[in-house]
Design a protein around this ligand. Sequence first.
Ligand code: NAD
Ligand code: 6OD
Length: 491
Amino acid sequence: MRRGSRQLKSILNYIDGQFLRGTREFPDVNPADGTVIAQIAEADQGMVDHAVGAARKALRGEWGRMGIRERAARLHKVADAIEARFDNFVAAEVADTGKPIALASRLDVPRAAANFRAFADVIKTSGLESFQTETADGKSALNYAVRKPLGVVGIITPWNLPLLLLTWKVAPALACGNTVVVKPSEETPATATLLAEVMKDAGIPDGVYNVVHGFGPNSAGEFLTQHPDVNAVTFTGESQTGATIMKAVAASVKPVSFELGGKNAAVVFDDCDFEDAVNGISEAAFLNTGQVCLCAERVYVEHGIFDKFVDALKHKAQSLRIGSPTETSTDLGPLISAQHREKVLSYYRLAREEGAVVVTGGDIPQFGDALDKGFYVQPTIYTGLPEAARCVKEEIFGPVCHVAPFDTEEQAIDMANDTEYGLAASIWTTNLKRGHRVAQQMNVGITWVNCWFLRDLRTPFGGAGLSGIGREGGIHSLNFYSELNNVCIRL
Ligand code: NAD
Ligand code: 6OD
């Protein structure tokens, strides 16, 4: 290294309690200014084999023998240790993703700790049903089920909420007594490795939590999903990647849980609390620069308030502060990568070709400083597209929504449900009866009424159609991450 040049940090794999380099490295880029902030150690097939072998061995060790109370206590220690290193986690997440520091501090890092606490408590308090069965001879039998770990769970996660989504799967998998090999997104590897340090400090035995870095195809992601010694795969990411992983696991019939893409609708009735609805839809469209699977890219507004609503949403979007993620006042950071920005901009161009009216945005913001090298786009609102337009049908995953009017409740429900996805919806009305009625007709996994992304970790979370397979959250996570063995005793 030349004198005066900066030594780049390495982000390492974590296998069997050791931090390991790979055979190759690739750069970790800060999306706010395009600078390389670290080198990531890529795990090859041999290292993935090593990680899966270590995870299997750990199932037979101290972890495999540990009772539920002690496991839950260790998960609380992991949460304590995340909180103790709160600032490190926030800084790593902000540098990797470009998300505003205020957002990482109020959402991503607190949720990581909350995930461990929630599943530590759920595993301690949840029971299993039992049945007393009457038999033909007038006697009876007792049926009850016991929970056992699945074994080694492969966990593959995306870049938009890296730590939140990783711990959302690691915590219940460990609560159920499994061991895990995680493959975080190649774009955002830092917090998965930082979590490894925390696991060590919290007394999680070696081999229970392993991290392999790399890409999907022909890299760590594919090596993990195709591994014969992995017992289940849980994945969050694009629907198309989910389809590829499904093929990879089909031959060995592994259980899968898939949390995939969305093209979510928000339905705003003219009896809504107007200000709440404008603020809520602004958050639903633009939070995390629109890179949340739950974001509302389709907004349907009742005719009577349509013009007023579009105008208010425009002013709200224009008031959002786009800027450096490390400024506490920033509302919107960059998109994750140059490639993803090109995808979002291609939809901005397509929207114009499809006949959209650009209410606001549609371009790249100019800063006149280093941020011009970052992957920023303007928050964007369209109107006027036909419902069949590609921009209304396809997930864009940027700070963008299309707003369309509707006349009747039935029409709004039909429009909201006219999608191949089925992740989330939000309904905005002060008429509670209508709220229930419409919510129950949404063909999605999660419907919010007068709110968005308000989470209770005990509730089922997941999607229908292209948005996924299965539900996680509370007991639903326990049921995915464990094998149930029903015991039937003749009495
Ligand atoms: P992605 O599918 O490109 O990548 C996700 C992960 O899969 C990464 O770690 C990647 O390396 C890995 N991967 C890619 N190809 C693979 C393969 N063939 N085999 C194994 N692993 C492979 O998704 P992304 O771009 O990182 O994330 C954005 C997408 O995730 C959006 O579609 C968004 O809607 C979706 N998402 C869904 C949820 C949900 O809860 N439903 C949550 C967050 C994000
Ligand atoms: O809140 C959660 O548990 C969760 N899985 C959120 C997913 C957000 C998608 O980007």
